[in-house]
Design a protein around this ligand. Structure first.
Ligand SMILES: *[C@@H]1O[C@H](CO)[C@@H](O)[C@H](O)[C@H]1NC(C)=O
Ligand SMILES: *[C@@H]1O[C@H](CO)[C@@H](O)[C@H](O)[C@H]1NC(C)=O
Length: 426
């Protein structure tokens, strides 16, 4: 994959393989060329090796399919055509969004299965049409959907701009699109993209197995509604690492059917922090297990490490670790809430609940802006159990009074030093 990317970069630079070979030959012959030439020679050698691979892959640029790239005229058709051609290619294919230009897109679905592996390389900008009337009245839930593509790699360092401003102010909460969603994509890699101002969730991974997400920069205003950074549901064996996420909702939302998710080196905020849930809404069953969140900074988020479930649900959230987290002015740094309610009507108390167990909060430090540093608010009928608090130090921002910890129906244990003292508030 890395060499394929290099191959394309090289190809786009306009040099030919012959030039590269000639350059290497002359470099190796000429003494006293110094460090510059040596490193240039090395680069070219790599490029040649890569171009050899490149001869085996085919390039499908939007520009070859009639795209204008002016950010104003609709390029949806060009992308759809480039995708179809790439997907039918017997050789590994690269779908290219060329650099330094902006391609306006309406709703589009990029479907598989494809004959060979595809790299979707976004070097320029994909921007959502601001014209809401051009969206399907009956389904505004998605903007760019990738469906049923195995072995897909998405990257290129370009930008995906949801143009969300027009949606945030006008439409109601459930009538906006997820910017980039992947459905039933196995062995997916998304690496190196900027995402800005999604209409709603920025990146959504649904029904996928074997996913690696890395080096994303996701940005939307802290006041923008429901603009989660990365959303994962019904997916297994997922890794998310090295992302910077500043939005108006969850940095990551981890929902029903997520198993074996490893999140590391994230910087979040503004936003709502890292959330498992909400789970069990509408009396549904939810199952989440094997979630490992490690090395996260949260700046000014409303929550830090959170598990939230609705009353009336069933199923479980278990085998979860939140560790090595730095909180900076977070409202609820550690929170399990089994009576989550986000509906306009008050939620009525119900007996059943999604069971929460085997959760470790370890090495979590920093500041909180509310007294609620550690909240374990669990259900009477299904208490949380096996909750470990280890090496925690959360203090009020600016030293304004002591932080506190409140608990209901939680079976917890403590190790190392835990500040504030767990479960003595109220
Ligand atoms: C805790 O749960 C109860 C219901 O059991 C709810 O009324 C209360 O608001 C919750 N407290 C917090 C801090 O979330
Ligand atoms: C907890 O953090 C506060 C503020 O950073 C610091 O002054 C204090 O020494 C820490 N306590 C422990 C036990 O580490």
């Amino acid at each position: 994959m890395a060499s394929l990317l290099l191959a394309v970069t090289f190809l786009l630079s306009g040099a030919s393989v012959v030039d590269a070979e000639a350059a290497i030959m002359s470099n190796s012959g000429g003494g006293g060329a110094g460090a510059t030439l040596t490193s240039r020679g090395r680069f070219l050698q790599a490029a040649v090796a890569a171009s050899t691979m490149m001869t085996q892959s085919a390039l499908f640029s939007l520009d070859s399919y009639g795209a204008r790239g002016d950010g104003e005229r609709d390029d949806t058709h060009a992308l759809a055509q480039a995708w179809s051609a790439a997907c039918a290619s017997r050789r590994p294919a690269v779908v290219l969004v060329p650099a330094d230009r902006s391609y306006l897109l309406k709703q589009v679905t990029l479907s598989g299965p494809c004959k060979s592996s595809i790299t979707f390389m976004v070097k320029g900008t994909l921007v959502a049409s601001p014209d809401r009337s051009s969206w399907n009245e009956n389904n505004r839930r998605h903007w760019i959907v990738v469906r049923g593509v195995d072995g897909l790699a998405v990257g290129g360092g370009g930008t995906i701009d949801g143009n969300g401003e027009v949606w945030w102010k006008n439409s109601c909460k459930f009538n906006r699109a997820l910017a980039l969603s992947f459905h039933t994509c196995n062995n997916l890699r998304v690496d190196g993209l900027k995402m800005v101002n999604s209409q709603q969730i920025h990146v959504s991974v649904e029904d996928c197995t074997g996913v690696q997400v890395a080096h994303l920069s996701i940005t939307a205003p802290g006041t923008s509604p429901n603009t989660d950074g990365i959303h994962v549901t019904r997916s297994r064996n997922v890794q998310v690492r090295d992302c910077i996420i500043k939005t108006g909702d969850d940095c990551m939302s981890i929902e029903d059917g997520t198993h074996d998710l490893h999140v590391t080196r994230l910087v979040c905020g503004p936003g709502h922090g890292i959330s498992i849930g909400s789970l069990g809404d509408g009396d549904s069953r939810a199952e989440v297990s094997g979630i490992f969140v490690d090395t996260v900074q949260l700046h000014g988020t409303t929550n830090g490490a959170r598990i939230k479930t609705w009353q009336g649900g069933s199923g479980y959230a278990k085998n979860i670790v939140f560790q090595n987290m730095a909180m900076d002015g977070v409202k609820n740094p550690i929170i399990i809430d089994q009576s989550y309610c986000d509906s306009s009507k008050p939620c009525k108390a119900q007996g059943s609940a999604v069971e929460v167990s085997n959760v470790v909060f370890k090495n979590i430090r920093g500041t909180t802006i509310s007294k609620d540093a550690i909240t374990l608010n669990c259900s009477k009928n299904h208490p949380c159990f096996d909750i470990a608090l280890q090496d925690i130090n959360l203090t009020m921002v600016g030293g304004h009074g002591g932080a506190a910890s409140t608990c209901q129906n939680a079976k917890w244990r403590e190790s190392g030093t835990v500040i504030p003292q767990p479960c003595i508030g109220n």
